[in-house]
Write a protein that binds this ligand. Structure first.
Ligand code: HEC
Length: 370
């Protein structure tokens, strides 16, 4: 198997290097040969080197399409695992990406998945986990369960794993077991509460350990699945965004507001309703790229949190939650590290009622590209 994979990888490499030289006639011949291959039962590609070369060249020309995935699946081309990982990440919110994730499970590609999870880019890793979750395939549950509990994984990855495992019934049971065993880190309480308290069969058990945060009128917040069904008042939402909700202290919308977090002028084109609630109620679950918080311990004992604006040999420039850029000379810094906690407060719902929150989200959904 290893030899076969190597050979396939080499072919893939060679075909990439020379892909410009594949002329129209060859392309047409490749496509015909692949069609012929598809008509055969139980093909052993290793006995058909020419057909295999055609298949490899053909795959090159159709990367990232439904047909590509179909051929990879049909011929069990495990050498394509890296491409499948990429597809699952890049198209993870579409059927194609989720199918790619499912194929990774079919191919038992846990090493490739683990590699991605242990890598530097936790946002991409979290996307891979989300795509695996959307495949709602119990075969992924052991991997997801281990990821939820793995202290070496970044918090957004663990959070994505908790959300993902909760998408199928046995997964929810596993998540509840982790909660009952006291093994869930508190950063994941919201994700878990949101899933488990929304399940009539598990609610009673879960509520012994988990609650959703209280809102301004001291009532516990309904689960997100409940909130997304409600409609809000856009004008009221805009008003709340700029006043009671304090959002304007950190977000710009069409030129107004301060810029601690991302500009939200076009956020309605980027996030779904569901994602809005999670962004607001559980900001640390998926910290936007470039907005990671750093914690500095200064020589005088002060602890400072902020978003890194720049760093040179001489100093750091750090933006605080008040939208102030602080310049800190390096020699005043005892220690600094990236934090897994967002600079966006995790308890903004305390300022708002459930209906207020629904209004704010309704307003945000109207902020589209103009
Ligand atoms: C103290 C500053 C602060 C306040 C107050 C604040 N935010 Fe944020 N917000 C941030 C930061 C920083 C980020 C980026 C880090 C992250 O994703 O958690 C962010 C991220 C977001 C995102 C995700 C954006 C994206 O591109 O994915 C949304 C949506 C959002 N905030 C909405 C709100 C709303 C609505 C309010 C008011 C109810 C609010 N924020 C209040 C700082 C703040």
């Amino acid at each position: 198997m290893l030899r076969y994979s190597l050979c396939f990888a080499l072919l893939l490499f060679a075909s990439q290097a020379f892909s410009q030289e594949v002329d129209e006639a060859t392309r047409a011949k490749d496509a015909r040969r692949v069609k012929a291959l598809l008509r055969l039962e139980n093909v052993d590609l290793d006995t058909l080197p020419e057909a295999k070369a055609s298949l490899v060249r053909h795959l090159e020309t159709i990367q990232g399409t439904d047909e590509y995935l179909e051929l990879i699946r049909r011929f069990k081309l495990k050498a394509a695992v890296p491409q499948l990982v990429k597809l699952a990440i890049d198209k993870g919110e579409e059927t194609l990406g989720v199918e790619a994730a499912k194929t990774l499970l079919d191919f038992a590609a846990s090493d490739a998945i683990d590699n991605e999870l242990a890598g530097k880019d936790s946002a991409r890793a979290a996307k891979l986990i989300a795509a695996i979750g959307l495949a709602a395939d119990p075969r992924a549950n052991d991997l997801l369960e281990a990821t939820v509990q793995n202290e070496e994984r970044a918090m957004p990855i663990r959070s994505a794993a908790a959300a993902a495992i909760g998408l199928n019934k046995p997964g929810k049971e596993k998540l509840l077991k982790i909660v009952e065993a006291g093994k869930l880190p508190k950063e994941l309480n919201f994700v878990a509460a949101n899933l488990l308290l929304n399940d009539p069969a598990l609610k009673d058990r879960a509520s012994k350990f988990l609650t959703l945060p209280a809102t301004a009128d001291s009532k516990p917040l309904p689960p997100v699945a409940e909130l997304v069904k409600r409609t809000g008042d856009v004008a009221a939402g805009k008003q709340l965004f700029n006043t009671t909700g304090t959002c304007v202290k950190c977000h710009k919308v069409r030129g107004e507001g301060k810029e601690v977090g991302p500009d939200l002028s076009e956020i309605g084109s980027k996030l779904s309703k569901d994602a809005f609630y999670v962004s607001i109620l559980d900001p640390s679950a998926g910290i936007s790229h470039n907005y990671e918080t750093y914690t500095f311990l200064l020589a005088d004992g002060t602890v400072l949190n902020g978003i890194m604006v720049s760093q040179t040999d001489a100093e750091f420039q750090v933006k605080t939650a008040e939208a102030i850029v602080r310049k800190i000379p390096r020699d005043e810094v005892e220690e600094f590290k990236k934090s897994h906690i967002s600079l966006m407060p995790a308890d903004l719902q305390k300022l708002l009622t459930a209906q207020n929150l629904v209004d704010v989200v309704e307003y945000l959904t109207t902020l589209k590209k103009q």
